[in-house]
Every structure is written in structure tokens, then in C-alpha cells.
Design a protein around this ligand. Sequence first.
Ligand code: SF4
Ligand code: SF4
Length: 498
Amino acid sequence: MPAPKPEPASKPEPAPKTEDTPKSEDGARPEGDVVHVDFEFRRELAKKVEGNLANFCYQCGACVGDCPAAIYSDKFNPREIMLQVLYGLEPELLGEESVLWLCTNCYNCHERCPQEVKPVEVILSLKNMLADRGLISAGVERVIKTFETTGRTVPASTAVDRQREKFGLSPMPAVPVDEIRTLLEEPPEDGPDPVVEKEISPHPVTRTDRFAFFPGCLIPARYPAMEKAIRRTLETLGVKLVDMEGASCCPDPIYFKSKDKLSWLTVAARNLSLAEELGLDVVTNCSGCTATLSEAWHLLHDSELLEKVDRRLRRIGRRYHGTTRVRHVATVLRDCIGIGRIRDSVVRPLEGLQIAIHYGCHLLKPSAVMRVDDPNDPRMMEDLVGALGAEPVRHHNWHLCCGKACQEEDLPANMMRDLLTSVREEDAELLCLICPTCFGQFDHGQMKIAQRFEEDFHIPSIYYMQLLAFAQGVPYDELGLERHRFKPECLRRFEKSA
Ligand code: SF4
Ligand code: SF4
């Protein structure tokens, strides 16, 4: 990986002189020594969720050193983006070739900023402004359209249901798309008061052996074998999953959040309200879903934001109470079941098997919201892999993002190449992940990287819950592993030990 750029800059940037900008008709700023701040632009940005946070930036540069987009591209620098926001440089920020799409949504800047500016959130708010101007990236727009039409980012289909059937799973349930579309609209200011048709009573949530199951879109539609492994392993460990009828996409924290943060928050609140109706905490199986639902829970402690979201929810007869907590299935394993019980459930100890681990970004960051583990030195996955008798291995680029959110080709390709090289250097036989998006990047994505750089990595990867199911005695051939681009054949040698 290239060395981090030296930041902060040796000389602090001069403070902007705060004269409001008299713009000419073509939108150009007047020339001269005084920098005119476009307060109108800043006021517009401040209307977006967390769009006013750049005001607290004092240009220290702490957000730059660990920013993968800044490390892998000379065009991108979060400190400079915050400075442009402070000056209100709309043409530089929101042009057709905006560099904002290079951001990988890794949240490192959020972790590093001493001023709690959350640069990634400011960047997402700026992307919302790009979307308002019809300047959304084509890849992002495609995913958003799918969500707006189907309520999912990966829709159900007969082909998907056939695959699910092979694993004994029922068809993907329908999403009430009309409800979702209503939530995406801003309620009219002067319209009649929205009517609440149904009040949902908040239930006290205390159970650690029963959860509302939020499978998201990617696992049920693309990786049903992962869903099957979750249902099987948790049942073996005495945890009951209750399906959430009518749940939609979380919605995803990369694409849909880039378009409209308030709608993103509202749809997430609707999903949480479904779990509230069941009186249960939510368990998720994807780091993206966990991030969206956890962030929604966190943000909706702000009463002003809650009121805006509630206005929309009331139009579909729902309320959000904030009683349901969100857990990733990995934390259910660690905190509710316990490493000891997992170890006791193993009938095929994976002794002598070296397994590299990739945490991904959204499971751990922003740490103040996720509260899963130390983002700078996590142990959870090592402990979970160790419980299966295997030897967890930390590769030196373990903290690097897979680059999925970046809307450019070269940057994520170079990141993935460095990640794969780092894993290969450890001589691990397998890579273990706990997020289906990361899995896609390492499995299918690995083929593209191998072709592009003419390198052969051959690193098989596996979702932790499938690995757990195997260690609990589920036959290799029932785990859907034959669908992986790189098959974890190394597990075959443990088959006879059950
Ligand atoms: S989220 Fe990651 S890529 Fe985006 S600005 Fe922050 S550190 Fe850089
Ligand atoms: S966003 Fe935070 S870390 Fe980055 S330059 Fe501003 S104050 Fe420093």
C-alpha cells in the first residue's frame, strides 16, 4: 500500500474572510484577494442531515492520513473538501466531475476527526445536493431505481426463489412498495395533518435468545446458502429468529444514503418499527444493514430529526419509538451465546487451519455508533474463528476498505489488489468474512482483479456462519460452497472428523 500522505499541512490554511458572495449571473465568483464565502450554498447544505458539521473543521488534516481515497488518488483530500465547504465553493464541489464519488465510505475520517466533523457525513450530504441537481453517478442511480421500484436493492425473482428452494428456504417475501414510495415523498407543508391509523405499542426488549431477523437483500437474493447457515447455526445454539414481515432494503448506506439522507433514515425507521411491533431486538447478517439500522437508531435521538421522520411515518400509519436495538449476528454469537458455547457446539475442530480475517468497515465504524469492537484493534472475529479450533491470522492490510462504494474503477481495483496481496503473504488457506458485500468483492471481485493485473491470487473466502455450520457438522456439500468462484476445498480434509 502506498505510504499515507504527510498531513496535516505544514502551513495552516488562511481563515476565510466572511463576506457574502455577490455572484454574477453565470454563477462565477468575483476575482480579488478577498475570498467571498457563498453562505447561500452553506445554508442549503446545512438543511441536509448533518450537512452543517463542516462548520467545526479547523483544518488540522487528521482525517487525511488514513483516508484510502486520498492515499490512492491525488484528486481527493477530505480536509480540502471541508475547506471548500467552508468557503462555499459550489462549482468545485458539485461539478459534473465531482471527486466526491471517490469516497469509499470507510468512515476512517469520522474516527480520526478531533472536532467530530464527520467528513464522510458532510460528503454524503454534498452527494444529496448533487442528486438534487440531477448529477448522481450512473451506478448509484441504477441501484436507487431498483430500490424505488421494488423496495429492495437486489430484487426477488423466480430464479432467486428457485435457488432458495434448494436450501429449503421459502420465497423472498413481498415488500409493500406503495408504503415505501409514500415515505420517500416530503409531506405537503400545508396539507391536512397526517392520520395515524395504527399506534404501535413499544414493548420492553430484553431477550437474548429470540430476535427479529432482518436478512436484508443481498444474502436472501444472492447468497441463500449464507441465510441457511445462519438459521441452522443459531437454532443449534438455541436462538430463535422471528421473520419481519414487510421489511424492505435497510436501505443501503452507500447508494440510497447518497441520494437522500432523510428518506434513508425514514425507511430505516420503518424497518425498526416492524421489529418494535414484534417486541424484539433486531439481528442482521450484513455489515451495511447493521450500519444503516444502528445509525438510524442513533440519529433518531435528535428530536427535530425524529419529528421530520415521524411526519412521514404517520402517513403510512406508523410511529417509531426507539425501543429496538440492533445487533449484527457476530455480536449475538459473542455476547448473547458466548464463545464457550460456540466452542462446545463444534464437532469438527478446524485444527491447524490458518484463516485470515477481514472485518470490513461498516461493522466497526463509526465506533461511537456501532459499539462492536475497538476499530483499531478488534478481537471479535479472531475469537469467533478461534472457537472453531482454527488459527486466526491478521494480514497487514486488515484495516483497508474493499472500496465497494467508490464510483471509479482504478482506485478500488488498486485497493483490492493490495488487500489480496496482503492476504496471500500470510499463507493462510482461507479468508473469513462477516459481510456479504465484502464477500462479493473478494470472491467474484478477485477474478476481475486477477484479470486486470494478470496476477493469480487464488484466495478462497467464506462467510463466517457457513464456516461455523461446517464446524458444527453440516456436510460441505450442503453449504452452497460449490457456488464460490474460489472453493474452500481446504475444508474437505476435516470432513471425516465429524
Ligand atoms: S469515508 Fe473514507 S474514503 Fe471517504 S473521506 Fe472518509 S476516510 Fe476518506
Ligand atoms: S474534518 Fe476534522 S480532521 Fe479533517 S481537517 Fe477538519 S477538523 Fe481536522
